[in-house]
Design a protein around this ligand. Structure first.
Ligand SMILES: Cc1ncc(COP(=O)(O)O)c(C=O)c1O
Length: 465
């Protein structure tokens, strides 16, 4: 609801612009809200269409709103970190998300999967079997560390496919990265206070450890992953790394550096948290064994997930605790219960023990490799020498670096949205987001082959390179 008064000398379009901007920043107009059409708002306020159009154009140019073809203007997502302090409460405003979610025809989200990733019919069958067989167990709270049979299956899988060496009793079934880090942080708090993270890197580890009052040290990433010299110069004693496929840049840490990192941890009495989140999806070259397997007795917490190959909505992941930390875990968490449904765990166990997980993995690797290769080919075809591709050969996304382009990230994303293409910003993953060519994450998990090529063509047109 807008109220326009005729007081003061401020032009009407400025008044409209300011009111909408303030409502966006205060959260009254949450992301994805559709604005009134120019015609309807001008009728409602009894002003000319030009006045409203002028205000909308200004909001658009500043990235507060974006347009969708044949649909209208929508409120854009604004990173709360960039809000002025007077609006820092924005994240506390309740938001309707699902009803307002805009579906784009071309969605390059880096963590979404295609619907064929989930084996719906088989899952339904195994779920019903679990329900029938385990109905007695549904009357109780289940094992706090997770179903033992499932932990045994995961242990076997990790040993032969990732070279991870552990016992099932070291495994804790979790409901995703946030859950595992929320367990690890208090365990480490007893002896540590400074936490190093990759820069750029996933936002979750820094958020969780900051909430547990750790000081955060960003460590730059180079083409060999986390920069060890920079790490050594800090007073950190805990580090979070993605050595097999650095997130988001995709670099692989060579074995020599992995050994040096383990050596660092032993020297400073430190702990390494190894996130092996998409290790299953390697398309070229030999799989890279996990860092944990190089020194299973070291203080390495190994974290993995079923989100990349099966479903991010399932919320099932796992971590392997070294024995030293397992003792503290048992002391601190003995009164806690698991966050993961026993039925989901039993179903997953059946899925794994009957060989379906390995079969599903092979199928998904083939599908995603094809999409990955098509994406690379399409980028070369449309962009040629105007873009570099970073981090190809694994996972569900690559990073596109635009050479000598002067558009800001907001402009690149808004122009893409105008063509019905969804992109997620990478800037939030950086501590220091200046002095480099613009980068864009391109996830291909959700797109069909045809959509990939059309989407990349639309981006090239939208950016007018
Ligand atoms: C670096 C990284 N780790 C872990 C995950 C998986 O998280 P979760 O198990 O919470 O779904 C993701 C998902 O995108 C990720 O990017």
């Amino acid at each position: 609801m807008f109220i326009l008064d005729n007081k003061g000398r401020q032009p009407l379009h400025d008044k409209i612009y300011n009111q909408i901007k303030n409502q966006i920043l205060s959260g009254q107009l949450p992301p994805a809200t559709k604005l009134l059409s120019i015609k309807n708002l001008s009728a409602e306020l009894s002003v000319s269409r030009n006045t409203v159009e002028y205000a909308y154009q200004q909001l658009y140019a500043e990235g507060y709103i974006h347009s969708k073809p044949r649909s209208g203007y929508y409120v854009s997502l604004i990173d709360p970190e960039f809000l002025p302090s007077s609006f820092s409460h924005i994240g506390m405003t309740p938001r309707k998300v699902s009803e307002d979610r805009i579906v784009y025809s071309f969605d390059f989200h880096p963590a979404c999967l295609s619907s064929e990733s989930f084996p719906t019919n088989l899952w339904r069958k195994l779920y019903i079997e679990s329900l029938q067989e385990d109905s007695e167990q549904l009357a109780f709270y289940s094992d706090q560390q997770g179903d033992f049979a499932l932990r045994s299956e995961i242990q076997r899988y990790l040993a032969h496919s990732r070279g991870v060496s552990c016992d099932p009793e070291q495994i804790v079934i979790c409901s995703g990265l946030q859950d595992s880090l929320s367990i690890i942080a208090p365990i480490l708090k007893e002896n540590h206070s400074t936490f190093a993270v990759e820069d750029p890197g996933h936002f979750m580890p820094k958020a969780v450890f900051r909430n547990h009052s750790f000081a955060i040290n960003p460590i730059p990433v180079n083409s060999e992953g986390l920069d060890l010299e920079s790490l050594q110069k800090t007073n950190s004693t805990v580090v979070y790394v993605t050595p097999s496929h650095q997130f988001p840049l995709g670099y692989v840490m060579p074995v020599a550096n992995r050994l040096k990192l383990i050596d660092w941890a032993e020297t400073v009495g430190g702990v390494i948290i190894e996130d092996d989140y998409d290790s299953e999806l390697r398309y070229h070259g030999r799989p890279i064994p996990a860092l944990q397997g190089l020194h299973p007795g070291a203080n390495i917490v190994y974290v993995g997930t079923f989100s990349k190959v099966l479903s991010p909505a399932l919320r099932v992941s796992y971590m392997v605790l070294p024995y030293r930390l397992l003792t503290i875990y048992r002391k601190l968490f003995s009164d806690y219960s698991t966050n993961v449904s026993l039925l989901d765990q039993r179903t997953l166990n059946k899925f794994m023990e009957k060989g379906n997980w390995e079969r599903h993995l092979r199928k998904m690797r083939t599908i995603y490799k094809r999409k990955h290769d098509e994406l690379i080919q399409s980028i070369h075809h449309h962009f040629g020498s105007k873009a570099n591709i970073i981090g190809q050969g694994a996972g569900l996304h690559v990073v596109l670096e635009l050479v000598g382009n002067s558009l800001t990230e907001g402009e690149l994303i808004n122009r893409a949205r105008d063509r019905d293409v969804q992109l997620l910003p990478i800037s939030g993953m950086y501590f220091n987001n200046t002095g480099r060519d613009p980068q864009i994450m391109l996830g291909f998990g959700r797109m069909s082959s045809n959509e990939i090529d059309r989407g990349i063509g639309l981006l090239y047109q939208a950016w007018n390179l």
